[in-house]
Design a protein around this ligand. Structure first.
Ligand code: G3P
Ligand code: CA
Length: 266
């Protein structure tokens, strides 16, 4: 397959198949692998820092316990977000030496992208934003503004940063405060209206799950006819990569960026 230019390969939580998700080590590996973009989930700590953690609690991905929202950055910094990847004693003994598996702040991830030495885009997902009544978006935009990343550098295409969410309200807040920032509406299920290819006002990128694309392949065509981009998650199996390529999706979000790039002939 050669879809070198057509499909953007986005590393989901970093190169998270091989390296513990949402760690600096996972994102470094994704950049080394040649990913075009990095996906990350963001949550607010009790003291107002944006950190890259998927679950509400840190239990699954660290050696600590508790909700991110109830912990301060210093509490999170004391945890190890890497050792959960090795469960048994033998696995731990043979474990690769991953550097940088402490909690990752969004600020540090922005710095990593800036240090990459080539353009690497960032797809930032706001997690459970309604609970915070706008504070996640407020903090996010404040940070992006500080780094000059709250609007695309040119009108020719998507900027280096986009904001994704399952919450239309979260995307409205972002669009209101930063109209130039591309937004992605994530979809796990389709309502009858959504099946027609309609997205919330102002959103131009749809983010359907691979299950939707597999079960309703006509949906991608309807989105494209409506002039939308299509970014599909989470695409790890070769047959799914093949289907996405056939349907002409714009971005593949994967835990296996190296394998997907190889399959696409890059
Ligand atoms: O990229 C979108 C995808 O990450 C949404 O699902 O649960 O992995 O955050 P989740
Ligand atoms: Ca995500």
């Amino acid at each position: 397959m050669n879809h070198a230019r057509q499909i953007q390969v986005v590393a989901h939580r970093g190169a998270s198949e091989d390296v513990p998700e949402h760690t600096l080590a996972a994102y470094r590996k994704a950049i080394e692998d040649g990913a075009d973009a990095l996906e990350c989930d963001v949550r607010l700590t009790a003291d107002g820092h944006l950190v890259c953690v998927h679950d509400r609690r840190v239990n699954r991905t660290s050696n600590g316990r508790g909700a991110v929202s109830a912990l301060e950055l210093a509490d999170l910094a004391a945890l190890d977000f890497g050792s959960w990847k090795q469960h048994g004693a033998q696995e731990r003994a043979e474990a690769p030496d991953w550097a940088d598996t402490s909690v990752l702040t969004l600020e540090r991830l922005l710095a990593l992208v800036a240090e990459a030495g080539r353009p690497v885009e960032l797809a930032i997902e706001t997690k459970h934003p309604t609970r915070w009544a706008g504070r996640v978006e407020e903090k996010l935009l404040e940070l992006l503004r500080r780094h000059g990343l709250d609007s695309p550098p040119s009108v020719a295409g998507p900027g280096p940063v986009r904001v994704m969410s399952f919450s239309a309200r979260s995307l409205y807040r972002v669009q209101e405060a930063a109209p130039g920032l591309p937004t992605v509406y994530l979809l796990q299920f389709l309502s009858p209206r959504q099946r027609e290819g309609r997205l919330p006002a102002g959103v131009r990128i749809a983010g359907p799950s691979m299950r939707i694309v597999r079960n309703q392949p006509g949906y991608v065509a309807r989105l494209k006819e409506a002039g939308h981009q299509v970014h599909v998650w989470t695409v790890d199996e070769p047959a799914d990569v093949e289907l996405c390529a056939e349907l002409g999706v714009d971005a593949i979000i994967t835990n296996r960026p190296a394998q997907v790039l190889a399959q696409l002939g890059r």
